[in-house]
Ligand binder design. Structure first.
Ligand code: M6R
Length: 606
């Protein structure tokens, strides 16, 4: 969602802000803007559209010049994407950028209108700017604290006061914010990649903390205005993580990073050929003490949970419920202290997943987070934590994060199955070794990416298509379908192949593409029968199956073959062609693959 940056230092502030914002583009945005102290006065430039639209506007209307300022990429929530609604927003003496939502903005706006304040935009942000202005008494810290006491919601702000040139303030109320520390310069940013080019050293602002950045460095204050010391952290990502490294898009780069991400994620959790999650606070005794497991997440992370359900239930014989976080949190879930709630999240900041986790804790359940972003809110608040080591995922469409999420699902399932006696040690060793062999198989699949490109070329004119499968193949179809629709903008649905006859098959018309995933040996013949049913009604079928199977003409038009591995581990490999097909379809349709329309990488609002 929205991205915040800020800078104080000797460099050209506008250059730094634009560059830092470009590193946050992956979060998704529809307008951008900056505010810079130019000869002691705050100069604002903002525009609907991409950063290049802002650059073009500054070329004609003037480029702010200075050494301190704030910047923003906006993902519209209150009011359409427009120049007026873009951030920064200003009161008379205060200018701000904002991430998150102010829930009580309407009430505050009514109050401020009564006090004679005029509003130009439809945003909740302008209400904050005007409220800061209303409370401003010459003391920025006092003013900020007084204002945040009036605001409800999760948000982060970057603030400049006209009376305090070359000074930038930042405050975090839930929504993440970091403060970068370089040589004689400092930064604010919503995420680490924004500042990696300048420094790896940063402070993580906590909820309720304020930072003040000026030429002398950075000072931190708590919500009671007391100055506090903070621990300096060092990012373990290098610049390459935030660059495309020769690939045309981040998404393609990230698909290729999957073998390495799996190795990095599972290697430290395997000891003597068996899964070992003790360093994450998870012992076999603890794992087997739960009656029931809930997996709660959103989007792709929820689909990883679907794979987890099939695998845990099959191997460990423990019931698993998978829930969409936005539903779970409002449906009064039946949780007890004998339940384990697993929250899966790449960003660790997804508002619904975080709320679902807090609710689970409140109801007495134990929580286990599977998170990629280090130090994120979900990671910090969970009872138990398994970090996935995919590195930063920049493309909005999640690929490598999903891969490592399912890799962790396997480790958990193996450990739980062994602990509960559902499998013996030698079976567990065998399964663990198979999991370790998947990076090599994925490398082989990636060599066949031309076939995915060819298949994509047959899909680009489709208006709508179906993904079908049974069992684990169905769980995978959900992810394949989401991947395709979010970046190609072609409508698609995933269906359990056996469910088609109960209604959906009426959608099949001549030439409609159907992508059938058929990797599960035990269900193979049944899936083939379902495929024949759609083929007989005119569907153009793409089959994703094992290399050994050669489909007859009455089954499929195109095939993507996969190397053999045990049924249970097939999702680790079968998802790769689905990702590649989605990727190439999007490229061939000329879409903005890494930043699909309307989407944000990190969904920090409900
Ligand atoms: O950061 P999270 O894993 O919690 O994000 C969850 C979803 O928003 C995310 O997976 C989304 O569905 C992606 N765009 C999928 O590619």
């Amino acid at each position: 969602m929205c991205g915040i940056v800020g800078y104080v230092g000797p460099r050209d502030c506008t250059d730094v802000l634009i560059d830092a914002l470009s590193k946050l583009e992956y979060r998704g945005y529809d307008s951008a803007g900056i505010a810079v102290f130019d000869n002691g006065k705050i100069s604002v430039a903002k525009s609907k559209g991409r950063l290049k639209d802002l650059e073009n506007k500054m070329e004609t209307e003037g480029r702010p010049q200075g050494h301190a300022g704030i910047g923003h990429t906006r993902w519209a929530t209150h009011g359409e994407p427009s120049d007026i609604n873009s951030h920064p927003h200003s009161g008379k003496r205060v200018t701000i950028v904002h991430n998150g939502i102010i829930e009580n903005y309407k009430k505050l706006k009514d109050f401020l209108v009564k006090q004679g304040k005029n509003f130009l935009s439809e945003t909740d942000t302008e209400v904050v700017a005007q409220l800061l202005d209303y409370y401003y008494d010459g003391n920025p810290l006092e003013t900020i604290i007084k204002t945040v006491h009036e605001l409800e919601g999760s948000y982060a702000l970057g603030i400049v006061f006209a009376d305090f040139p070359d000074t930038v303030y930042a405050v975090r109320m839930e929504s993440p914010l970091i403060i970068g520390k370089g040589e004689g310069e400092s930064f604010i940013a919503s995420d680490v990649p924004a500042i990696l080019k300048y420094t790896k050293d940063y402070y993580l602002l906590e909820h309720g903390e304020v930072a003040m950045l000026n030429r002398n460095g950075v000072k931190f204050y708590d919500i009671h205005k007391r100055e506090i010391e903070k621990e300096l952290k060092t990012a373990d990502w290098d610049m390459d993580a935030a660059e495309k490294g020769g690939f045309e898009h981040f998404m393609l780069k990230e698909i290729h990073e999957q073998p390495e991400s799996i190795k990095k994620t599972i290697a430290p959790r395997i000891s003597d050929g068996l899964p070992c999650l003790e360093e994450c606070g998870i012992t076999p005794e603890k794992l087997k003490s739960f009656d029931k497991i809930y997996i709660v997440a959103c989007g792709t992370a929820m689909h990883a949970g679907m794979v987890g359900k099939y695998v845990i239930e099959k191997l460990a014989r423990v019931p698993v419920v998978v829930d969409i976080a936005s539903e779970f949190r409002y449906r009064d879930p039946l949780l007890t202290d004998k339940d384990l709630v697993i929250i899966i999240s790449q960003s660790g900041e997804t508002a619904d997943s975080l709320a679902a986790m807090r609710l689970s804790k409140k109801l007495g359940a134990q929580t286990l987070a599977i998170v990629n972003a280090k130090g994120s809110s979900i990671a910090r608040e969970a009872d138990m934590l398994i970090y996935t080591h995919a590195g930063p995922e920049i493309a909005v469409a999640s690929t490598k994060a999903y891969m490592v999420q399912i890799a962790v699902m396997y480790l958990l399932a193996f450990e739980l199955a062994l602990a509960s006696g559902a499998i013996d040690e030698s079976q567990c060793r065998q399964l663990t070794a198979l999991l370790q062999s998947t990076p090599e198989l994925i490398e082989k699949i990636l060599e066949e990416k031309k076939q995915a490109q060819y298949i994509a070329s047959k899909l680009i004119t489709a208006d709508s298509l179906l993904y079908i499968g049974r069992g684990l193949d169905y769980a995978l179809s959900m992810e394949g379908s989401l991947k395709l629709k979010e970046i190609s903008y072609i409508h698609s649905e995933s269906y359990a192949a056996g469910e088609l006859k109960h209604g959906t098959i009426s959608l099949i018309s001549d030439g409609m593409p159907v992508i059938a995933v058929a990797t599960q040996t035990a269900l193979f013949d049944k899936t083939i029968s379902n495929i024949k049913e759609v083929k007989a009604r005119g569907a153009k079928v793409v089959i994703v199956c094992r290399n050994g199977y050669e489909p007859e003409k009455d089954v499929a038009d195109y095939k993507f073959g996969l190397p053999d591995i045990d049924d249970i581990l097939m999702p680790m490999t079968a998802v790769v062609p689905l990702q590649l097909i989605a990727y190439y379809t999007s490229v061939l349709r000329g879409n903005d693959v890494d930043k699909p329309r309307n989407l944000a990488k990190s969904v920090t609002v409900e």
